[in-house]
Design a protein around this ligand. Structure first.
Ligand SMILES: Nc1ncnc2c1ncn2[C@@H]1O[C@H](COP(=O)(O)OP(=O)(O)OP(=O)(O)O)[C@@H](O)[C@H]1O
Length: 695
C-alpha cells in the first residue's frame, strides 16, 4: 500500500515528541506499523529499545503479528507494566516478591468480603462494595462517604495483598511508575509509541511521564473525536496537555479511506474539536432513515432486509448492527436465528463472569502457588464445581491432609484438595512439560469435577479447554504457568471476544464495541432520545454521546441505515426520531415522509437547547425519573463549548449525598456545584435535588 503524504510525514518524523491527530479510518494502524518497521529497519532501533503501548490486547496482538515479533514491551499499558515489574524493576523494594500474582477486580472484592467477615467490620451497603473499591482506586481513597469501617478495611486489604504477594491492575501501573521514578536509569528507551492516546487516564499519563526520559522519543497517535471512555477516567484534552508538556510537534492524518462521501459528510456534523476530515471515495448512496413501530417489528424488518442482501451476494460478515444498550440484542438475536441468519453477538464477558472459569482459575492458581491459601479456599468452597465446603471445613481438611502426608507420605487423591496438593508437590517442572494440559485435566479429574451428568457439562468443558488453549499460546514452556496466569488475569476481559469470532455471521454489538471495526453495511438502531443519546444529566455526557454516534456512523463503508421507534419499549425512551437524526443534512438522507414533515415543522435541522429541554422534560414526566445528577464534571470549566454565565452569584446549596457545596457556574439549563469532598458536579437546573441555603 502506498502511504499518502500525511502518513509518510508521520512515519519519517524524528522529533523528540510527535502527536498525530488521526481522523477516523485514516490508517492509524497502518502508520503505527510502518513507523515501527521504519525505526527498526532504517534507523536500526532494536525492538528492545522500543515500547509500544496500546489499549487492547487485540491491538497489541495485531501489531505483534504484523511485525512478526514478540518483544516484551509491545502490549497494553498494564501488560507492559507487568513485564517491567517481572523483569526490569526491583519489586522487592515495594515489599513484593518477584513471583507476584496479578489480581482481578473480582478477586480483590472476594478478599475484601472475607476480611470484612474475619474482622467483624461494619461496612454499609455491601452490594456496593465493588463500586466503592473501584472508586477508591480512582480517587486514591479521597472519597469516604459512609460512616463505617471502610478505612480500616482498606488498610487490612492493602496489608493482605502484600502478604499474599498480589497486585491489582491499577497497582501494576502505580508500582511500575513508582519504581521507574526511583530508578530512572534502569529502563532508558529510545522510542515510546502509543496507539489511541486519547484514551489515556491519569495513571497512564503518570506512567508515561516516568518512562519518557529527555532522550526518549515519543510518538503518539489518537483521535480526539473518538473519546468514548471518559467515564473510565480518560484525561480530557490529552492532545493540548501532551503538546505543552513535551513541546510536541503536531501532525494530522485527515484522509479517510473507509467511507463514502455521503457518510463522511453526514458524520462531519458530529465532529468536535475542529479536526480536518477529508474523504477520497465516491459520493455513494444516501443514508437511509427508517421508522419502526417497536423493536419486534424492527427485528422482523432487519431479518428480511438482511436475507435479501445476502441473496444479492453480500456476505453476512459484512453486515453490522449497532445499538446503544446490550439489552437491545436479545430480540434481534432470536429473530435472526428464527430466520436462519447466522449472527454473533459481541459481548464483553470477563473470565470471572463464567462460573466454571472463575472456579478453574482459582484451581490453577492454587496448583501454581502452594502458599496461596485463599485461592485454594475459593477453589474448594465453590458449591458448583469445588467440594462445596465451608471455609472452616476446608481449613480443617487442609490441616488434616498435611498431617496425613507427613505421617504416611502418600496422597489418596480422593478429593479436589488431595489432587491439587499432589500437583503442587510435583513442582513447577510438571507444569512445563509438553503434556501439561493433559496432566492437568487428568490429574485434577476435571470431568468428574465438572460432573458428566450436568446440563452445562459440554459447555463448561469447552470453556475450560479454551482457557487452557489460551494459556498454551502464551509460551508456558519457557515462562512457566505462573507468569502465564498473570497474563490471563490481565487479558481475561477480551479472551472470549477474540476467540469466538465467526467470519460469516452478522455482527451485533453496542456502539462502544464497534470502535476500531468496519463493515460494508451498518444498521444503527434505536436513534430515539433516551437511547441515542442516552438520557443523561449533563453537557459532558451529551458530548460523549455525540462522539459515540460519530464512531458508529463512521464504521460504515458503503451503506448506513439509521432507525427510530414510534412506540419504543423502554420507559425512558422518547417516541420518534432523536435529535441526532435531525442534525443530518436533508440532502444526504432518504427518510419517511413524516420525518421530513416534522423536520419542516421545526424549521431547522439544528436541534437547539429549548428542544433538548423539552425532550428532557417529557422523558422525565414519562417515568417520573428521579435521577438527575450527571457524571463528575471536573474539567467542565475548561471546555471551550460551555458558555459560562459570568453573572452567576455565589450561593450555598445542600445535596443529600454530597453535602454542602457552592454554585460555581450557572447556565441556562445547568448548574455546576463544587463540593469540598467530591469536586465539581453538574446538575440539570430544573431537576437539581438541591436545597438553597442562602439566597
Ligand atoms: N495509504 C492508504 N491507501 C489506501 N488505503 C489505505 C491507506 N491507509 C489506510 N488505508 C485503508 O484504510 C482503512 C482504514 O485504516 P485503519 O483501519 O488503519 O484506520 P484507523 O485510522 O485505525 O480507523 P478508526 O480509527 O476509524 O478505527 C483500511 O482498510 C486501510 O487498509
Amino acid at each position: 500500500m502506498q502511504l499518502n503524504r500525511y502518513q509518510q510525514e508521520a512515519v519519517l518524523d524524528d522529533s523528540n515528541a510527535c502527536l498525530v491527530n488521526a481522523s477516523v479510518g485514516s490508517g492509524k494502524t497502518t502508520v503505527l506499523i510502518e513507523k515501527i518497521r521504519y525505526l527498526h529497519e532504517e534507523k536500526q532501533v532494536p525492538f528492545s529499545e522500543m515500547c509500544v503501548l496500546t489499549f487492547t490486547n487485540k491491538a497489541a496482538g495485531e501489531i505483534r503479528d504484523r511485525m512478526g515479533c514478540q518483544y516484551d514491551l509491545f502490549g497494553t499499558f498494564h501488560g507492559v507494566a507487568l513485564r517491567m515489574l517481572q523483569e526490569h524493576l526491583p519489586v522487592e523494594e515495594l515489599g513484593y516478591q518477584s513471583g507476584f500474582q496479578v489480581m482481578t477486580p473480582e478477586e480483590e472484592l472476594e478478599m475484601a468480603l472475607q476480611l470484612t467477615g474475619e474482622h467483624g467490620l461494619k461496612i454499609k451497603y455491601k452490594n456496593r462494595m465493588k463500586k466503592r473499591l473501584d472508586q477508591e482506586e480512582r480517587t486514591d481513597g479521597r472519597k469516604v462517604r459512609y460512616q463505617d469501617d471502610w478505612t480500616q478495611l482498606m488498610e487490612l486489604l492493602k496489608a493482605e495483598k502484600r502478604k499474599q504477594n498480589k497486585m491489582t491492575y491499577r497497582e501494576l501501573l502505580q508500582n511500575a511508575t513508582q519504581l521507574l521514578q526511583s530508578h530512572p536509569e534502569m529502563l532508558v528507551l529510545q522510542w515510546i509509541i502509543i496507539d489511541e492516546v486519547q484514551d489515556c487516564d491519569h495513571l497512564q499519563m503518570a506512567f508515561l511521564e516516568q518512562l519518557k526520559k529527555p532522550e526518549t522519543h515519543l510518538f503518539a497517535v489518537g483521535d480526539p473525536n473518538q473519546v468514548i471512555y471518559s467515564w473510565r477516567g480518560s484525561v480530557f484534552q490529552i492532545f493540548p496537555l501532551l503538546r505543552m508538556k513535551y513541546q510536541a510537534r503536531e501532525l494530522s492524518l485527515p484522509v479517510n479511506y473507509r467511507s463514502t462521501g455521503t457518510i463522511l459528510e453526514a458524520a462531519k456534523r458530529f465532529l468536535q474539536n475542529g479536526a480536518p476530515l477529508e474523504g477520497c471515495r465516491e459520493q455513494g448512496q444516501k443514508i437511509v432513515i427508517k421508522k419502526h413501530y417497536d423493536s419486534f417489528q424492527e427485528a422482523d424488518y432487519l431479518a428480511g432486509r438482511i436475507r435479501k442482501l445476502h441473496q444479492q451476494g453480500i456476505a453476512y460478515g459484512e453486515i453490522g448492527i449497532f445499538y446503544r444498550l446490550q439489552s437491545q440484542s436479545e430480540i434481534l438475536e432470536k429473530t435472526l436465528q428464527r430466520y436462519g441468519i447466522p449472527c454473533q453477538v459481541s459481548v464483553k464477558k470477563s473470565m470471572q463472569e463464567i462460573p466454571v472459569l472463575h472456579w478453574f482459575f482459582y484451581v490453577l492458581k492454587s496448583v501454581c502457588y502452594p502458599e496461596d491459601e485463599s485461592s485454594l479456599m475459593q477453589a474448594l468452597c465453590d458449591k458448583q464445581y469445588g467440594e462445596g465446603w465451608t471455609q472452616k471445613k476446608a481449613a480443617k481438611e487442609l490441616e488434616k491432609a498435611r498431617m496425613e502426608e507427613k505421617e504416611a507420605g502418600l496422597r489418596k487423591n480422593s478429593n479436589l484438595l488431595e489432587r491439587i496438593l499432589c500437583l503442587q508437590e510435583e513442582g513447577t517442572d510438571a507444569k512445563k512439560t509438553e503434556n501439561w494440559k493433559e496432566t492437568l485435566l487428568t490429574q485434577l479429574h476435571l470431568e468428574e469435577q465438572i460432573l458428566l451428568t450436568s446440563a452445562s457439562y459440554q459447555k463448561d468443558m469447552n470453556d475450560v479447554k479454551q482457557m487452557l488453549d489460551s494459556l498454551g499460546r502464551m509460551d508456558i514452556q519457557n515462562q512457566g504457568l505462573g507468569a502465564c496466569l498473570n497474563q490471563l488475569a490481565l487479558s481475561g476481559m477480551q479472551l472470549y471476544e477474540q476467540e469466538a469470532e465467526q467470519s460469516d455471521a452478522v455482527k451485533l454489538m453496542t456502539l462502544h464495541a464497534s470502535k476500531g471495526l468496519e463493515f460494508d453495511y451498518v444498521f444503527l438502531i434505536g436513534v430515539n432520545y433516551g437511547l441515542i443519546p442516552l438520557l443523561s444529566g449533563g453537557m459532558e455526557s451529551e458530548e460523549e454521546e455525540r462522539r459515540l454516534f460519530f464512531v458508529g456512523m463512521t464504521r460504515a463503508k458503503e451503506y448506513l441505515e439509521l432507525s427510530y421507534y414510534t412506540s419504543p419499549d423502554g420507559p425512558r425512551v422518547m417516541p420518534g426520531p432523536g435529535r441526532f437524526l435531525r442534525l443530518l443534512p436533508e440532502r444526504l438522507v432518504e427518510a419517511p415522509e413524516d420525518f421530513r414533515e416534522q423536520r419542516r415543522d421545526r424549521g431547522s435541522a439544528q436541534a437547539h437547547l429549548q428542544d433538548i429541554k423539552k425532550q428532557i422534560e417529557q422523558a422525565r414526566q414519562k417515568e417520573n425519573v428521579q435521577v438527575t445528577e450527571s457524571a463528575s464534571m471536573e474539567q467542565v470549566g475548561s471546555r471551550e463549548s460551555v458558555a459560562v454565565d459570568t453573572t452567576a452569584r455565589s450561593r450555598r446549596v445542600r445535596h443529600a449525598k454530597y453535602g454542602i457545596g457552592e454554585i460555581v457556574e450557572e447556565k441556562e439549563m445547568q448548574i455546576v456545584v463544587e463540593f469540598p469532598d467530591y469536586g465539581k458536579k453538574e446538575f440539570i437546573r430544573q431537576f437539581a435535588p438541591l436545597e438553597y441555603l442562602d439566597t
